[in-house]
Design a protein around this ligand. Sequence first.
Ligand code: PLP
Length: 393
Amino acid sequence: MINEKMYGLGDEPSVIRELFAYGLERKAEIGAENVFDYSIGNPSVPAPSLVRETLEELLTLDPVELHAYSPAAGLPPVRQAIADSIARRYGQQATAAHVYMTAGAAAALAASISAVTHPGDEVVVISPYFPEYRTWIEAAGCTVVEVPALQPSFQPDIEALDAAINERTSAVIINSPNNPVGAVYTRQSLEALAALLSRKEAELDRPLYLISDEPYREITYGAEVPWVPSIYPRTLVCYSYSKALSLPGERIGWVYVSDDAEDGDAVAVAVAGAGRALGYVCAPVMLQRVAARCVDEPSDVEAYAQNRRLLTEGLDALGYEYVEPDGAFYLWVKALEPDANAFSERAKGFELLLVPSDSFGCPGWVRLSYCIARDTIERSMPAFAALKESYAA
Ligand code: PLP
């Protein structure tokens, strides 16, 4: 008999992917230039040329060696290169033994969650949040506890987190720069969160892990993105090159378990064990080498900065309300009616594909991915105007 839970996951694509698939169909019907697809976070800037150069060089190596399995946690020189980069960039005494290479942030998160929880535990997420967190938390047999962020800043609500953390809590997941709202958590917020977790650890007499999901770390518009392990030692950083180097389909990232965590050595081993239990074997091996080579390669943020300016100025002129994003490439826009699904459906009538906010655990908004062609943003403005107008009628 099939597992109904797994059937459900396979049968119900995420709202984002469903809208993306609808967009593909619609583009085939009426022409790609007539659909304004703000659905998915596929980076619109090309990967840096160093990625291609590295891949070309790799293809000249002995293929037997090149394509062989790596050790489960990754190739030792690759893990060392990541640890060295962490040390250089954040002043953290990082060791290669605490770096575990993964197939993107998704695998990093799934392994981290499994490593620090037991079935029946609770994992706290700050809403709105990346919907796949629920999938990974529930797959580990745990329960999701949603704690709304403060509005309008979308910083963590420390008092609400205080009320939510109890003797069943194992971990809190944070994501800054944030998908979907674009908020970047301030040092002050992170310090307040760290103080809370330390107090709760003492009160509850159990470790509380902070899982910091950081695929957008490099994509900011001037805001500081503090290094979380230097603020709270019991942190697992889940990093990815999907957005930083525009390689989402190549599946490469890592988990770094802070060397300063009291039980960090054991947690790093448990992350490797969780990866083994999940059947990951090892991260894509050519991409591990690319990651090591591109470890300090800067992200091309300029195109996103321009899109952000264009989109926010256009929506300002039309009177839409949104959260000013400090990072990532998403705009969180207030729906023009309380039901975000109905608003998203109505937007489709104007060929605007906007993701409704309910699946992010927060009603009444839509998410716009602006990692798209600049020209699409420009041409979509009359559609936004007509959508707004349709509510005035
Ligand atoms: N976490 C967040 C907040 C994301 O937005 C994404 C992808 O969009 C992921 C994790 C997964 O990223 P990856 O492609 O590295 O698995």
